[in-house]
Design a protein around this ligand. Structure first.
Ligand code: PLP
Length: 386
């Protein structure tokens, strides 16, 4: 049976070139980057080289990059770090209902600490309105945090316009670009954000390593207290192999971006057209908006997303629902809910996310297998009447 991995927004296969670059920092050059001896200096040089690669991918300066343990920590550091350092300037934060839990839970914590948080609504494609942002900014507003592209639907927010607004009003702007970096062109010299989060494992790098871009002149209160690593912005011995992997993954993403975008557009086009022709009563969520080319969020009427996920897994196809499963119960996707979609559409949603290793054969297999699985499930349920 063919194995088809279409859950690249959850995580990606590590590029073998990245693994190769990392290996010597486990086996030979395993020094602590803070040590003065030769082992340490080699590690330190590799960390600084990786910092240059990360900076170069997003148009930043190396000193503007703070390495973290991933996207979640970068998001936490951005929000908590700005709130703690500049809290006396303002106590309002603006974000959106469709953000990742790394932002939402952190914003809730800051609410408990006395900040006011405004959670913006989105339209039926998942896009916020600039007018809403404009209306929400007041003299007490300290920070806006809006994701660049959504992890469940791939829809892209109008960040350029928001950045202009934030600059005009003297408000810090953070973007969770965990799903965007390495997939779309993002350059902080043109996109005037103050802070940007990224994570290696979303673009064929290792898990457990990421970075926060912090624009020159913006100060942060560290979240992780300890040694003076990362220019006192993040204590803790550097994850040297991980950082080397992140750097190499950034170089690869730069080299491969155009070919990946072309491949993804082609394959997603075939997938969506093929499904539309073969399966009645489906909805492509967020399709009217600008979307990352490798993501497709599709609702199958009359089918439970979780059941379909399991049905597809049996056929060797790995996908995801947006729903979060905790303590054995499944709560509906907060993203699709915020988009105001009907319950049936939310419950029947599946996310297909392509990666650099996806192939035409994968899509052919899906078009052969998925229609029959959906049709079998629909036959078994009284919920579906065509
Ligand atoms: N932000 C977004 C938009 C994400 O999709 C994810 C991962 O799913 C994260 C943050 C968290 O990143 P990490 O898994 O590196 O902690």
């Amino acid at each position: 049976m063919r194995k088809v991995y279409l859950d690249n927004n959850a995580t990606t296969q590590v590029d073998p070139i990245v693994v190769e670059a990392m290996a010597s920092f486990y086996l030979e050059n395993y020094g602590n980057a803070s040590s003065v001896h030769g082992f340490g200096q080699k590690a330190k040089a590799a960390v600084e080289e990786a910092r240059e690669s990360v900076a170069s991918l997003i148009g930043a300066e190396p000193r503007e990059i703070v390495f973290t343990s991933g996207g979640t920590e970068a998001d936490n550091l951005a929000l908590k770090g700005i709130a703690a350092r500049y809290g006396s300037r303002g106590a309002k934060i603006i974000t959106a209902k469709t953000e990742h839990p790394a932002i939402l839970r952190t914003a809730e914590l800051l609410e408990q600490r006395g900040f006011r948080v405004s959670y913006l609504d989105v339209d039926s494609s998942g896009i916020i309105s600039i007018e809403d942002v404009e209306q929400e900014i007041d003299d007490d507003t300290l920070l806006i945090s809006l994701m660049c592209a959504n992890n469940e639907t791939g829809t892209i927010q109008p960040l350029e316009d928001i950045a202009v607004l934030a600059r005009e009003r003297g408000v810090f702007l953070h973007t969770d670009a965990v799903q965007g970096v390495g997939k779309m062109a993002l350059d902080v010299t043109t996109l005037k954000v103050d802070l940007l989060s990224l994570s290696a494992h979303k673009f064929h790098g290792p898990k457990g390593v990421g970075a926060l871009f912090v624009r020159d002149g913006v100060e942060l209160e560290p979240v992780m207290l300890g040694g003076s690593q990362e220019r006192k912005r993040r204590g803790g011995t550097e994850n040297v192999p991980g950082i080397v992997g992140l750097g190499r993954a950034c170089q690869r993403a730069d080299e491969c971006r155009e070919s990946f975008q072309a491949l993804a557009s082609e394959l997603r086009g075939r997938l969506e057209t093929g499904f539309t022709e073969r399966i009645p009563d489906i909805v492509i969520n967020g399709a009217e908006a600008k979307r990352l080319p490798h993501v497709s969020n599709i609702s199958f009427k009359g089918v439970q997303g979780e059941s379909l996920l399991i049905g597809l897994d049996i056929e060797g196809i790995a996908v995801s629902t947006g729903a979060a499963c905790s303590s054995g119960s499944v709560s509906p996707s907060h993203v699709l809910t915020a988009m105001g979609l009907p319950a049936e559409t939310i419950n029947g949603a599946i996310r297909f996310s392509l990666g650099r290793m996806s192939a035409e054969e994968d899509i052919k297999y899906l078009l052969d297998v998925v229609p029959a699985v959906v049709s079998r499930m629909r036959e078994m349920t009284p919920l579906y009447k065509s």
